[in-house]
Each structure stands twice: as structure tokens, then as C-alpha cells.
Design a protein around this ligand. Sequence first.
Ligand SMILES: [Zn+2]
Length: 79
Amino acid sequence: MPTYEYECGSCHFRFERKQRFDAKPVAVCPKCRGKAKRVFHSNPVIFKGSGFYTTDSRKGVPEPGEGKKELPGGKKGKK
Ligand SMILES: [Zn+2]
């Protein structure tokens, strides 16, 4: 599961949450129980450096989306 960063809208406390991809981008602040919103970074950390898109080192790399493969150039022509 990816880790997302949140910032509280009330006290601006920052914390991290492990959530699913399809989870709502909201969380409850552990400090004041206020509503926290997900902080988006310009650099996504989710697939960072895992060799996810590297074709020669696919062994042991877990696929997050079951049955859903998105290899570059894998499916073209059909849509
Ligand atoms: Zn708060």
C-alpha cells in the first residue's frame, strides 16, 4: 500500500497514512480530529525506483493491479 501525506485543515499538523489507491483522499487529524486533506507532491513516490517499468527485472515485483498490465508498447492497434 502506498503512503500518503496529509495535512490537517485546522491545526496544519502533518502526518502519513497508508491507504489504498482508491481510498478517499481525506483523513482525520490524530491531534485535533479535524479534517485533513491529502498533500500532493510534484514527484509521486508510489512507483519510485522499483524497476516497475523495467522489462529486464520483473521478477519478484508485485503487481498492484491484478490482471491489469500496462507495459509500454504492449498493447497497441486495438482499442
Ligand atoms: Zn488537526
